[in-house]
Design a protein around this ligand. Structure first.
Ligand code: HEC
Length: 112
């Protein structure tokens, strides 16, 4: 492989990496704005919210059970019984993706 190809490849990899990191950072911001009050800053709900039924987002069991699609749906539509509000009205697709990424990063165990 020529040096030039290697440099181009490297630049590409770095750019992708940065993009993923940006996505996760904006996901984190949105999470703190919209979700942390019930699910806790690190994904563990404070006692009051837990009593309300808010789930522990660090639980590997939850991440194994929910596909990305199901996670997205939960955020967009809220819970069926209304205890968790729907956020579809305030989040565009990019923010939803970033949020899903961030929620995944809260798991106590790496999934995938
Ligand atoms: C007003 C409190 C409240 C807020 C704010 C809230 N949630 Fe929830 N969340 C809940 C409750 C209560 C449940 C349990 C009900 C359920 O499982 O449908 C829940 C469940 C969940 C689940 C698990 C669903 C399942 O099938 O186990 C996920 C994932 C989740 N919330 C993510 C989020 C994210 C991401 C945000 C921010 C966009 C958020 N929640 C904001 C209260 C809240």
């Amino acid at each position: 492989m020529s040096t030039r190809t290697m440099v181009a490849l490297l630049a590409f990899v770095v750019a992708c990496d940065r993009e993923a990191a940006n996505g996760q950072r904006s996901g984190e911001r949105v999470y703190h704005e919209l979700c942390a009050s019930c699910h806790g800053a690190a994904g563990v709900p404070p006692d009051g919210a837990r009593a309300l039924g808010a789930k522990d987002l660090t639980a590997p069991e939850l991440h194994e059970r929910l596909t990305d699609g199901a996670l997205r749906r939960q955020i967009r539509d809220g819970s069926r019984d209304g205890r968790m509000p729907a956020f579809g009205g305030v989040l565009d697709a990019t923010k939803l993706d970033a949020l899903v990424l961030h929620v995944r990063s809260l798991s106590r165990k790496e999934i995938r």
